[in-house]
Design a protein around this ligand. Structure first.
Ligand code: ATR
Length: 486
């Protein structure tokens, strides 16, 4: 048997896998590679990987044999049963203390299950989010690992070497928490990405519909915004998209693209987690539903023939409206991140994970799709107060919301008056107004519940935790049903 030479193995030479291998190799690791269709191993080792410190393996047994101990194997295959299949294939060749890392788009409960099953076999399992697409994987992704903490010291140097770095050189990779915490945080990242994208689309729609701006003019607006509080990757690519013309017709490309959005499900998973934990994650929820509504294109075309709305007539100063839209987008984004962090805190509590909030902001600060200057401010907020209950209560963000709210309200009012749908911006404002209310109309709601179902209520003039029932009609009995709190 040959002496093991490889520092890490990687299974699954699709786009992300290949680029991660090249990234690891360029940062000093010798990488062993395997792929189910073994011709891809040879193509890669003799193609993009030619002359590099790679070991091509044609069986998982050969891959395992080529690895230094403790063995570290990163699995980059299709999420779902393929991950289980690869683990099953590997297990006979592994020994206690070996480390398996799933870097695919796995749903976090699967990672929790695998971490528990493998722990019982002495194998250390890590589930990690990897964000940044093809280019990120090659040049520096955001990496969000969670799982068995015993694995972290061995994985840390490799991951932190290949991760994106922020300006001071800090890597966008840190330990997130146990079990499925890494994949969970990656899922929330994707949910936030849905929200950010929807907000940008609403800003675009407002400028287009209320002001009649052309893509080239909006390109200039986004270019300016990208130098201010909205400085981010998604604003930057929007700027560039708006300047791109179809080479054949010269028409702005964005005007030629059908308005029916696709989705792969991570936004939905995020919203389902929010419903499961009772967390108001309204903006991301609206962003997911906005994609669903957009995809009902044929139905909308029919509905548009009969459901007329107000005639669009915006008479205010265009420059003021553009500045207001910037504030509406910014304030709504603060709300979306506040809601996303609230979800992470709720899940952290429920699952017993201590999620590293500041670390998460840092991991998202560079390399990934939602990277932005703004995340640096979130990191500062959690550094100042790691136990912050809601981001909007951090003094910096409180000040920013108060500064933005006038413009934000004007935008929502103009949109409603003129019939422009802005589900994300308006739901963010509704959350803001709800969260800052020390009294909501839920007193009436509790009365309704008690009226029809004897669900009981608490009273403002009695201590919390005491439940009362009223015989509202004189007909019902005095028996009350057990109450449950969402
Ligand atoms: P893509 O990312 O291009 O959509 P994919 O179907 O998600 O492709 O597959 C990504 C990787 O998972 C590939 O390396 C694939 O191996 P093949 O090249 O042999 O198709 C791998 N993969 C998918 N299902 C697998 C399984 N059940 N066992 C092992 N590897 C699998």
């Amino acid at each position: 048997m040959t002496t093991p030479t490889a520092d890490i193995g990687l299974i699954g030479l699709a786009v992300m896998g290949e680029n991660l291998v090249l990234n690891m190799e360029s940062h000093g690791s010798t990488v062993a590679v395997y792929n189910r269709t073994t011709s891809k191993v040879d193509e890669f080792v003799n193609g993009r990987g030619k002359g590099k410190k790679l070991v091509g393996a044609h069986t998982v047994q050969d891959l395992v044999a080529s690895l230094k101990r403790p063995r570290k194997i990163m699995i980059m295959v299709k999420a779902g049963s393929a991950v289980d299949a690869v683990i099953e294939e590997l297990l006979p060749f592994l020994e206690p203390g070996d480390i398996l890392i799933d870097g695919g788009n796995t749903h976090f409960p699967d990672t929790t299950r695998r971490a528990k099953d493998l722990k019982a076999k002495g194998i250390l399992f890590v589930g990690t989010g990897v964000s940044g697409g093809e280019e990120g994987a090659l040049k520096g992704p955001s990496i969000m690992p969670g799982g068995d903490p015993e694995a972290w010291p061995s994985v840390k140097p490799i991951f932190q070497a290949i991760a994106a770095k922020v300006d001071d050189g800090t890597p966008c990779c840190d330990w997130v928490g146990p079990e499925g915490a890494g994949h969970f945080v990656k899922m929330v990242h994707n949910g936030i990405e849905y929200g950010d994208m929807q907000l940008i689309c609403e800003a675009y729609d407002l400028m287009k519909t209320l002001l009649g701006l052309k893509p080239a003019e909006m390109h200039d607006v986004f270019a300016r915004w990208n130098k201010g509080v909205l400085d981010s990757y998604l604003v930057e690519i929007t700027r560039d998209i708006l300047a791109y013309n179809d080479p054949d017709s010269g028409t702005p490309m964005v005007d030629l693209i059908l308005d029916a959005a696709g989705q792969k499900g991570t936004g939905k998973w995020t919203v389902v987690s929010a419903l499961d934990t009772g967390t108001p994650l309204t903006l991301i929820g609206e962003a997911v539903f906005a994609r669903c509504l957009s995809s009902q294109k044929d139905e909308r075309v029919e509905a548009a023939k009969v459901l007329s709305g107000p005639k669009t007539k915006y008479e205010g100063d265009p420059k003021t409206l553009i500045d207001d839209i910037e504030m509406a987008l910014y304030a709504s984004k603060v709300i979306s991140y506040a809601q996303g962090y609230a979800l992470m805190n709720a899940m952290g509590k429920e699952a017993g994970w201590e999620i590293n909030n500041g670390g998460v902001a840092l991991m998202w600060r560079g390399g990934c799709i939602i990277r932005s200057a703004f995340l640096g401010k979130i990191k500062e907020a959690f550094d100042k107060n790691p136990k912050l209950t809601n981001l909007v209560l951090d003094p910096y963000f409180t000040g920013e919301l108060l500064r933005a709210q006038e413009g934000w309200r004007r935008v929502c009012a103009a949109a409603v008056t003129n019939g422009v749908p802005i589900p994300a911006m308006s739901s963010a404002l509704a959350y803001f107004d709800g969260y800052r209310s020390d009294r909501l109309p839920a007193n009436l709601l509790q009365a309704q519940r008690d009226f029809f179902g004897a669900h009981t209520y608490e009273r403002t003039d009695k201590p919390r935790g005491q439940y009362f029932h009223t015989n509202w009609t004189g007909r019902g009995g005095t028996t009350s049903s057990t109450s449950y709190n969402v």
